[in-house]
Design a binder for this molecule. Structure first.
Ligand code: 5GP
Ligand code: ZN
Length: 112
């Protein structure tokens, strides 16, 4: 379990770790992923610390999804994935709920 004190995403929200901020609301924060799977890959996180989605108060969800829609519009990308991992076996590396927004540019489904 990740404690609030050691949580890197809580530190990003507080400005203790730098990030490339995209959109911030009262309850949520978004920024570019440090290891992007595609150009413009971003993360949206609640400001309240919760490790997994089922532990997150519903009150954060409206802001998170509203930011996701704004980012999708700004990307001008017809195709994109919203991904959200919970638990180590499910590939969650950072123990603070986060939603990935991953653009899928035209042609990115083809090999080579
Ligand atoms: P997960 O595998 O937990 O769903 O994804 C965690 C994501 O957080 C990864 O895509 C990783 O690149 C990103 N990440 C980890 N540490 C940092 C950081 O300090 N800054 C930023 N901007 N992204 C991070
Ligand atoms: Zn946290």
């Amino acid at each position: 379990m990740t404690s609030l004190a050691s949580c890197i995403f809580c530190k990003i929200i507080k400005g203790e770790i730098p990030s490339f901020k995209l959109i911030e609301t009262e309850l949520a924060y978004s920024f570019l992923d440090i290891g992007p799977l595609a150009k413009g890959h971003s993360l949206i996180i609640p400001k309240v610390h919760a490790e997994k989605l089922h532990e997150l108060p519903d009150s954060s969800l409206t802001d998170i999804l509203s930011i996701a829609k704004k980012i999708a519009l700004a990307l001008e990308c017809e195709n994109y994935n919203i991904l959200q991992n919970n638990g180590r076996i499910a590939h969650q590396e950072v123990g603070h709920v986060h939603f990935h927004v991953i653009p899928k540019p035209a042609g990115s489904d083809k090999e080579g």
